[in-house]
Design a protein around this ligand. Sequence first.
Ligand code: CP
Length: 303
Amino acid sequence: MLGIDGLTVEEITMLLDLADAYVDQNRKHDKKSDVLRGRTVINLFFENSTRTQASFELAGKRLGGDIMNMSVSTSSIKKGETMIDTAMTLNAMHPDVLVVRHPDAGAVKLLSEKVTGAVINAGDGRHEHPTQALLDALTIRRRRGRLDDMTVAICGDVLHSRVARSNIHLLTTMGARVRVVAPRTLLPSGIERFGVDVFHDMRAGLTDCDIVMMLRLQTERMRGTFVPSIREYFHFFGLDHEKLSYAKPDAFVMHPGPMNRGVEIDSDIADDINRSVIRDQVEMGVAVRMACLDLLTRDISPN
Ligand code: CP
C-alpha cells in the first residue's frame, strides 16, 4: 500500500466497505478480534506523528496482532545506520507488515523493494499519504452516502502536501470534482494535469462547494519563504465563518491535523460541531488502518 495513485474504484470501495465494518467494531465495548493473531506489525516512523502512529498501533492491537513501535530517535540510525539497513535488520525478524513514514518522497517504495513483508506508506515526504485519503473518503461517504457528484475544495499548502496528492487521486478516481485553492507560491506547477480546477481566491474557490478540506502550512518541508507573513496568509487563505459562508449551507470542514489554529483555520470553525468533522476523521483513521492491515495480511503465507 504505497499510494492511492493506481488504485481502482473497486479496490478503494472494497477498502472503505471493510473499514465501515470496523467503525462498528470500534464502537463496541469489546473491540478485540483475532484477525491478526500471530501476525507482527512494526511501526517505523522517521518523522513525527500523533494520529497515524497511534491509530496504526491501536488498529493492530484491536485486530489481535503483535505491534512494535520502533523508536527511531533511540535507534542505531542515530549511530549512522541507513534506513535500508535498518529495514533489512527488522525484516530479518519476520514482521508481516512494516508501516513506514519518511520525510523523503519515494523512500517507502525503495524500502518496500528490500523487504519480504507487506509495506504500508504512512506518509513519504510530499508524495503520498494513502491511509489519510482513505480515512477522509470514509468520513465523507458516511456523511453523504457517496463520493461522486460533489465538489471538494482543498485549500492551503498544496505544494508540500502528501495529503492533497492522495486525496486528489482518490476523489477524482471516485468521481468527485476537486478544486485546489492556494496562493501561486503554494501550488505545484502543472497541478491542472491532476484533473483539478485551480483557484487563487478563497471566496471564489469555496463558492457552492460541498466540502472544504484545509491543509497545514508544512513549514518543515519549506526551503525559503512562501508567504509574506502568517498574519497575511490567514487574512487571505485562513478559513473563518465569513469565507465559509461562500460554500453550500451544509458544507462541512475537514483538516487532516495537526492543525495550526489562527494560521490556516480559525478556532471557531475547527471547534464548531455543526461544521467541522475533524474528530470524525480521527475516528475513521483507526477503522481504515484496521482494514488495510486485515487485507494486506490475508495474502501473506504463514510460511
Ligand atoms: N494527519 C496526520 O498524518 O497526522 P500525524 O502527522 O499526527 O500522523
